[in-house]
Design a binder for this molecule. Structure first.
Ligand code: HEC
Length: 206
């Protein structure tokens, strides 16, 4: 009798373990599934969460973990799913751990944006180049290790040719956003200066 119930119990335990194990494996499987990133992943920059001058989101739903690192005075590694943007056309997305160790699992994107939405023009790890001819990774990798390739103003990267006011004006005129706010006169002027600088750059480059 005793052996029999012991046997029943151990069978029950075994079944439970198999079920649990299966459940855990499944969770593990879905956790390691590749993030689907396409044109529809990206939208109005201002629908993301502002942090100082840039915006963040998390494609896996863990915005809190992303914000924790973004707001940490000592830095840290951004969690998988993190999306970071300063201007509408340039994005960094943190992929699953181990996806591409050389870039600390960051993938770089250059987007085309208009009122209809976003189009991924370029994506990749070490070879994406921005409209000023700069390689995203080569510049962002200069950030000191604790900042996880995020440059901000003082993390050690070469500067970009945009003033703070230009950045604000670019964010306010993201063509994917509804209800873009009116630009102040001085923001209008900085946009004008930017356009002039850009057309000058392409003229001298041709
Ligand atoms: C010459 C260096 C340089 C290049 C090239 C460059 N960036 Fe940056 N990037 C910066 C700097 C500096 C900032 C911070 C500017 C600020 O906050 O005023 C920045 C900001 C960003 C941010 C906001 C988070 C952060 O790091 O502060 C993202 C996202 C970003 N860049 C993506 C890209 C992508 C994508 C490319 C390529 C298509 C690229 N960058 C090319 C220097 C560069």
């Amino acid at each position: 009798m005793q052996t029999r119930s012991a046997l029943t119990i151990s069978r029950f335990l075994l079944a439970t373990l198999v079920l649990l194990g299966g459940g855990l494996l499944k969770a593990d499987d879905s956790g390691s599934q590749k993030m689907q990133i396409d044109d529809s992943t990206f939208s109005c920059i201002r629908s993301m969460t502002p942090v100082r001058g840039f915006y963040v989101d998390n494609l896996l739903g863990d915005l809190e973990a992303t914000l924790k690192v973004a707001n940490s005075p000592t830095g840290g590694d951004y969690p998988p799913g993190s999306v970071v943007q300063l201007v509408p056309a340039e994005v960094m997305v943190k992929l699953e751990k181990g996806s591409f160790p050389a870039t600390k699992d960051w993938e770089f994107f250059e987007l085309g944006v208009n009122a209809k939405g976003s189009t991924i023009k370029k994506r990749g790890f070490v070879d994406v180049v921005n409209q000023f001819g700069g390689n995203c990774f080569a510049c962002h990798v200069q950030a000191r290790p604790e900042w996880d390739l995020v440059c901000e103003k003082d993390h050690g990267c070469d500067p970009i040719p945009l003033t703070e006011e230009m950045i604000l004006a670019i964010q306010k005129t993201d063509p994917r956003c509804e209800n873009n706010p009116e630009l102040s006169d001085s923001e209008k002027k900085s946009m004008h200066d930017l356009m002039k600088a850009l057309s000058g750059a392409s003229e001298s480059g041709s």
